[in-house]
Design a protein around this ligand. Structure first.
Ligand SMILES: [Zn+2]
Length: 263
């Protein structure tokens, strides 16, 4: 039995990327930074050093150097609030930028990916089409062109695996327009976005493993960043144009678990 709880007992697993040698984009010299970064500009490479310098995960037997992992939340030193040891996929994605100076994380936004496949969802959220052929590359290019590049801090696979795609301290591109209870503040500036792999048609069931992973991750993040349970919301609550997560998602289950931890 593949239990996410069991996996939480393990130390973080760094999953290497297949084409890890791809360079990160370099910022254009002389380009003036946007005053409020809400465009889909590639961000500057993180000044944060790799959590394990000199010990980057190897490529898939190619002998090529691995890409630096995405900026990750440093492990908690508070034994009462330990870092959930999660399976971490270090993303080569450039789909994040800096949060505005002084921005406080006070909201957690849950989404469905609108695709029942972990792999397709990861591709959508990272742009990583490696090993999936030229057609997939073209398809993803068109998707990005149509919808803009999207990303999220975490993705919950069908089997309950938690993927971290963007470091908590960075601004991921998951919420777009809208605001929390109409207060006008940019949602991406202030929030952590979690995408749950699901077709989003109201028929595709959310798995017990996904709920169990969320019951660990969401309360953990809420405690860590002092997010009140009332600010754990669905995307549809910040943007009435959106419908995610779908009706058949048991949101109360996650709110109850969060309330237990943060009150
Ligand atoms: Zn959404």
């Amino acid at each position: 039995m593949f239990s996410p709880i069991k996996r939480f007992a393990n130390t973080p697993v760094m999953r290497p990327l297949k084409d890890a040698e791809q360079p990160r984009p370099t910022p254009t010299p002389g380009a003036s930074p946007s005053p409020r970064p809400d465009s889909f500009e590639p961000s500057k490479p993180s000044p944060t050093p790799s959590p394990s310098p000199g010990k980057a995960p190897p490529g898939y037997g190619t002998g090529t150097p691995a890409a630096p992992p995405a900026p990750l939340t440093p492990p908690s030193t508070d034994p009462s609030n330990p870092t959930p040891p999660m399976e971490v996929r270090p993303s080569k994605s450039d789909r994040y930028n800096d949060r505005p100076a002084g921005a406080d994380i006070d909201t957690i936004v849950l989404h469905h990916t609108a695709d029942g496949s972990d792999r397709n969802s990861l591709t959508t959220l990272t742009g990583d089409t490696d090993g999936q052929g030229i057609f997939k590359k073209g398809e993803q290019w068109l998707k990005d062109k149509k919808n803009g590049k999207v990303s999220a801090h975490y993705m919950i696979g069908k089997d309950g695996t938690i993927y971290q795609l963007v470091g908590d301290e960075k601004r991921a591109w998951h919420a777009g327009d809208g605001s929390l209870r109409g207060d006008g503040k940019d949602v991406n500036d202030r929030s952590i976005g979690i995408e749950i792999v699901n077709e989003g048609d109201g028929k595709d069931g959310y798995t017990d493993e996904q709920y169990k992973a969320l019951e660990q991750l969401v309360p953990y993040l809420a405690k860590r960043y002092d997010v009140p349970a009332g600010n754990v919301v669905g995307h549809k609550e910040t943007n009435p144009q959106k419908k995610d997560p779908s009706e058949n998602f048991d949101f109360d289950r996650i709110v109850r678990a969060t309330e237990k931890k943060v009150g």
